[in-house]
Structure formats: structure tokens, C-alpha cells
Design a binder for this molecule. Structure first.
Ligand SMILES: O=P(O)(O)OC[C@H]1O[C@H](OP(=O)(O)OP(=O)(O)O)[C@H](O)[C@@H]1O
Ligand code: HPA
Ligand SMILES: [Mg+2]
Length: 189
């Protein structure tokens, strides 16, 4: 592995999900979504930045026609805890009217990003035919507000995870697997 990746790896205490485990599960999700949305006008909406790697892999496992667009809503900033304030930084470029929308997230943790952004309500008010949520990781023990998760890759425990798009202070997104950071990295140990 390249030396930059080796530097990042030194901060990882444990690999939680390997590249292979992720790929297998993403393929299963792609197959399920292809079956569920067959014959429908499917549009994936990726929440930047964390979900972009999942989106890129997921769309290539979907075997029906699929479009995608991006929104940016950020709450975590540089911290490991949600600030509770969610800003819309970038809106959709395309209309979702009469499309079956699947919102793609890397992780649903407290649920505040999806809830406080009113993204799901917003998409419904723009007359999407349906609005569902697909997240790679679901961390239900930390949930503070109810969020409908229609598809998930893996459930995770109450640990701050990085890699495969997930960051800590903007770092670690490029790791090909999902790992747990050493507590000393974020002052937790
Ligand atoms: O359910 P929650 O507790 O709200 O946490 C989940 C959200 O937090 C992360 O985004 P972040 O705000 O870190 O932005 P990023 O994707 O640009 O890293 C992640 O990508 C989710 O969007
Ligand atoms: O565990 C996490 N890792 C990275 N970003 C996150 N945003 C919410 N939870 C997490
Ligand atoms: Mg983040």
C-alpha cells in the first residue's frame, strides 16, 4: 500500500469491515435495489462528502437504469460529535419530480443530519414519487431522533469509525476498509 495510506493505517486500532466484506455487501444491496426498483425511475441522492465512495461502488452494482445527484449537508465539522446544527451547503442540480428517490448515506448515527436538514421532507415536497434511505452503516445505539432506514449494509456499535469515505477531521476517507481509530487520535484515551 502507498506510504500515505500506511501513515493513516498507523492510527487505526482495528479493522472493523474489510474491503472484501464491504464489496460483498454492496453487491447484495445493489442486487436488492435493482429488484425493488425494476421498472421505476430511480434516482440516488448522495449526501456529501462521506457517502461518495459508497455511491460510486453502489451504482456499479445496480443493474437497472439509475441517475444520481449530490447534496451537501454538514453537521459534524471537525468533531466526532454532531453540533446539532445542520447546514445545506449544496442543493440538487436536477428535479426529483415523479422520480423514486433513494438517499444514500455512509452512516446514520444520531440521525440529526437527515432529520435537521429536513431533506426527506424537502424531497417529498418536490413531488418525488417515493423517498427512501440507504446507508452503508447504521449505528442505532446512538440514535437521538427517528430516521427511517430502508436499506443498510452493516450495523455498527458505539465506536467512531473511519475509512471508505468516513473521516475524522477530513482524514482517513481514502482508507479502503472501515476501521476504528485509536482513542488517542481524538483525545479519547
Ligand atoms: O446521523 P448523524 O449523527 O447526523 O451522522 C451522520 C452524518 O455525519 C457524517 O457527515 P459529516 O457531517 O461528518 O460530513 P461529511 O460527510 O462531509 O464528513 C456522515 O457522513 C453522515 O452524513
Ligand atoms: O462514526 C463515525 N465516523 C465518521 N463520521 C461520522 N459521522 C457520524 N458518525 C460517524
Ligand atoms: Mg464527516
Amino acid at each position: 500500500m502507498a506510504s500515505v495510506q500506511m501513515d493513516l493505517e498507523e492510527d487505526v486500532a482495528e479493522v472493523l469491515l474489510t474491503q472484501e466484506q464491504i464489496a460483498t455487501r454492496v453487491a447484495e444491496l445493489g442486487a436488492q435495489i435493482s429488484q425493488d426498483y425494476a421498472g421505476k425511475d430511480l434516482m440516488l441522492i448522495c449526501i456529501l462528502k462521506g457517502a461518495n465512495i459508497f455511491l460510486a461502488d453502489l451504482v456499479r452494482q445496480i443493474t437497472i437504469p439509475v441517475a444520481y445527484d449530490f447534496v451537501a449537508v454538514s453537521s459534524y465539522g471537525a468533531d466526532t460529535k454532531s453540533s446539532g446544527v445542520v447546514r445545506i451547503l449544496k442543493d440538487l442540480d436536477e428535479s426529483v419530480e415523479s422520480k423514486h428517490v433513494l438517499v444514500v448515506e455512509d452512516i446514520v448515527d444520531t440521525g440529526l443530519t437527515l432529520r435537521l436538514s429536513y431533506l426527506l421532507e424537502n424531497l417529498r415536497s418536490r413531488r418525488a414519487a417515493s423517498v427512501k434511505v440507504c446507508t452503508l452503516l447504521d449505528k442505532p445505539v446512538r440514535r437521538r431522533v427517528d430516521v427511517p432506514v430502508d436499506y443498510f449494509g452493516f450495523k455498527v456499535e458505539d465506536q467512531f469509525v473511519v475509512g471508505y469515505g468516513l473521516d475524522y477531521q477530513g482524514k482517513y476517507r481514502s482508507l479502503p476498509y472501515i476501521g476504528v481509530l485509536k482513542p488517542e487520535i481524538y483525545g479519547g484515551g
